[in-house]
Structure formats: C-alpha cells, structure tokens
Design a protein around this ligand. Sequence first.
Ligand SMILES: [Zn+2]
Ligand SMILES: [Zn+2]
Ligand SMILES: [Zn+2]
Length: 209
Amino acid sequence: MSFRWQMISIATACALAFILIYTQPETAAPGYTTSESLVAQAQQQAVLEAARASQFVTHDRQLRERQEQLRAAEADLAAKAQAGAKMIASRQMFQQSKGGAWLQLITTNRALYLTLRAQAAKLPGGVTPCTICDGKSYMRGCVVCDHNDGKCPSCKGTGRTVNHNYCPVCVGSGKCFGCNGIGRMLCPFCDDGMIDVRRAPPATTIPIE
Ligand SMILES: [Zn+2]
Ligand SMILES: [Zn+2]
Ligand SMILES: [Zn+2]
C-alpha cells in the first residue's frame, strides 16, 4: 500500500470514529434510561412552572393586601380628620362644665400670683420662682379629668366613641386635654416654674387647643 493510500485510510477511519462518537443518541444521566431522563426533565419543568405560578399568586395576594392596607390607612386618616374638625366644639362642652373648678384655682391663687409678679417686675431678669407650683411647673391635679387619672373625660381613655369612631375630644389619643394624660396640669401661672412679668396672666377659661 502506498503512503498516499495509507493516509486516505487513516483519514477515513478518523472521520468514521468522529461520526460514531458525535451522532450517538443523547446520553442518559447515570442510572437513568433516556425515557426516564425525559420524565425527570418534564417533572422538573412542572415543578419550576408550579413554583413560578405560586410566586405569582403570592405576589398578587401581597399586592391586594398592600392595597387594602392603604385604603384602610386612608379611611383612618379621614376618620381622624373628621374627629379633629369637631375637637374645639367638643372640648368647649368640658371647658364649660369644668370651668368652675378652673376659675376657682385661678381666683384662689390670684393674690399670690400678683405678689409674685410684682416681685418679678423689680428683678433685673423680670422673673421669680413660682411658689404656686413650688417651682415644679405642674399642679397637684387636673381640673378636667375625673380622679386626675389623665384619661380623656369624654371617652375615659379608650379614644373611641360608643359608635367606635374616633373620640372628637382627644381625637383618638385617649388622653385628657387638660393635663395631656399625666393627671397633673401645667401650672397656669408660670413657665417652667418661673413667674415672668412679660407673660400674660392665666386665662379665666380652660385652654382647649
Ligand atoms: Zn407655677
Ligand atoms: Zn387631666
Ligand atoms: Zn377621648
């Protein structure tokens, strides 16, 4: 055999080997036949699709929940605004009914207040310690809340009306407006325990704002 024919035979053998190796049917995964592998692939695909569908359902549910939360928050804000619009008028009722106790507090301490104010006027800074509240800036109790418990006199601290709406007196906080919920009113005569000559004398009606 000539060298040329030897080369042709080798080339043909190589081509055949190449064709045999690379045109075999798809190799099955170890331990599986080809059909088992296809079933496994289909199952895997189904699992993936189910997971995608479930993800979509979850996302959709979360979106609806978020929308419901937003709607509820909007309704809540509107309800609060409605209660807030009635606040002054609602507090005026307590301003009147508790007005006697407030006026008594003001008149009882009026002479002492005027003396302290005159003293403050003579001092360079125009201030002197308040002896009405012992310089603590808080009174012993509150004329608005019953038993000085700090609870709103209208809803008794629940923040709601009997119809489950926001209480217009405290606008849902449940706190007494006279003492801001602590059961002791701020001293109406001083600022931080100091009588200041530049400060206006206390109002004769309960502040409601
Ligand atoms: Zn005071
Ligand atoms: Zn109070
Ligand atoms: Zn209330």
